[in-house]
Ligand binder design. Structure first.
Ligand SMILES: Nc1ncnc2c1ncn2[C@@H]1O[C@H](COP(=O)(O)OP(=O)(O)O)[C@@H](O)[C@H]1O
Ligand SMILES: [Mg+2]
Length: 391
């Protein structure tokens, strides 16, 4: 009998010995879960800027995506008493206990207290410049790999915060090589992440500047007018060509408030293809690759395809949906990246989406599309007849 299935086998020989990992190893292992690549650095820093109520966010990133990553905001800054804790793991200003998680979704993007600590651990250098209202000068904090403040100097900076990482992935050679190899792909993903924030938070100004780039093609600015909505953001952030194929619609159902900017059934496939889905839950951009959010995209694609069979081959069509949820209706703590949520009643959300799509006449199904076409033809004949009769 094989040793593994023999209950009489000597446990000392078959079992392994459990030992606690040294704290530095625990820190290293944890860090690479919260922050996986330069894209997640940018995402977490934007989350922090928005949580600090910034209205203007600048992202600077070197062309190879690892030499330097910097995000500057005009948020409320970090209070002097909080500064020693900014990069300590599991220190957060956003929740105080597990029950607060239920409330977190509509209030804060962050809540795990991991991102800054992980960035300190994974970078050659991490510096934070910050200033709060009423302070005569800003503070420049140099942070050690263990997340502790190593030094504080006076600096010049308006109210708000700039976080700068240098030499990202310094001690993770495999990830470093991978980032260098995929830097142009990462840069376009960084842009996509910023676009998703612009669509989720259309009144906030965003800009991306790629440093040491051969051309300025990677740079990007979203400068909203006062009171801009997702439709304005789509026109500016995604582009007129795609946005002009879409219509704006909104619905309230079962406590869910959904606003959507979706391609019409008569959209030109080439103009909406490959732009993909932008979904936000309580103004948090989320990934549509899993669970209920994935189903939402599938339902929309199916409707679009049925409404106009010519769009069946359109790959990854554009769609933008912002869903405001009733209190306590989901758990935002599903992924370390906080880009997925678990709905208490996923069917209720899908039902609301279905009602929204049904309310859009041209997406009501093939029968509608054919009926509409028939009606259009009929009206045209009617107009012609009336025209003849009037002469
Ligand atoms: N740009 C910023 N402006 C103001 N405060 C910030 C900023 N970035 C980080 N902080 C503070 O540092 C804390 C730790 O940030 P982070 O590690 O991202 O954890 P979390 O966002 O989950 O709380 C935040 O809770 C916040 O108080
Ligand atoms: Mg955060």
């Amino acid at each position: 009998m094989a040793a593994a299935s023999n209950p009489d086998a000597d446990p000392v020989k078959t079992a392994s010995t459990i030992k606690a990992l040294p704290p530095s190893t625990v820190r290293q292992i944890g860090s690479t879960q919260a922050i996986v690549d330069p894209i997640s650095v940018v995402k977490e820093l934007i989350d922090n800027a928005l949580d600090a109520r910034a209205t203007s966010i600048f992202v600077f990133i070197s062309a190879n995506t690892i030499d330097s990553i910097e995000v500057k905001d005009n948020g409320h800054g970090i209070l002097a008493d909080d500064r020693p804790l900014v990069c300590r793991r599991y220190c957060t200003s956003k929740i105080r206990n597990f029950d607060d998680l239920k409330e977190v979704g509509c209030k804060w993007l962050g809540f795990r207290g991991e991102a800054m600590a992980s960035m300190a651990e994974m970078s050659g250098r991490l510096e934070i410049m910050t200033r709060v209202e009423g302070e005569p000068v800003a503070a420049l904090l140099k942070i050690g790999r263990d997340g502790e403040v190593e030094s504080t100097e006076r600096a010049s900076h308006p109210v708000g915060t700039t976080v700068k990482l240098t030499d990202f992935f310094k001690l993770l050679p495999v990830r470093k090589q991978s980032a260098l190899k995929h830097s142009s792909k990462y840069l376009s993903q960084v842009k996509r992440v910023i676009q998703s924030y612009a669509l989720a938070r259309p009144t906030v100004r965003f800009s991306l500047q790629v440093r040491k780039a051969k051309t300025d093609k990677g740079n990007w600015v979203y400068a909203p007018k006062a009171g801009a909505n997702a439709e304005d953001a789509a026109f500016k952030a995604i582009g007129r060509e795609c946005a002009s194929q879409c219509n704006w619609t909104a619905i309230e159902s079962d406590g869910f408030e959904i606003q959507a900017f979706l391609p019409r059934a008569d959209a030109v496939g080439a103009k909406i293809s490959s732009e993909g889905a932008f979904i936000s839950i309580d103004a948090r951009p989320v990934s549509a690759t899993r669970g209920t959010l994935k189903k939402i995209v599938a339902i929309f694609k199916e409707r679009l395809r049925k409404s106009n069979p010519a769009l069946a081959s359109t790959k990854d069509p554009f769609m933008c949906m912002s869903i405001n949820c009733p209190p306590h209706s989901y758990d935002p703590n599903i992924e370390p990246a906080k880009d997925d949520v678990l709905f208490e009643d996923g069917e209720a959300v899908l039902g609301a989406i279905d009602r929204l799509l049904t309310s859009i006449r041209s997406l009501g199904g093939r029968e509608h599309w054919e009926r509409d076409l028939h009606a259009q033809k009929h009206n045209a004949i009617q107009v012609e007849v009336e025209h003849v009769w009037c002469r």
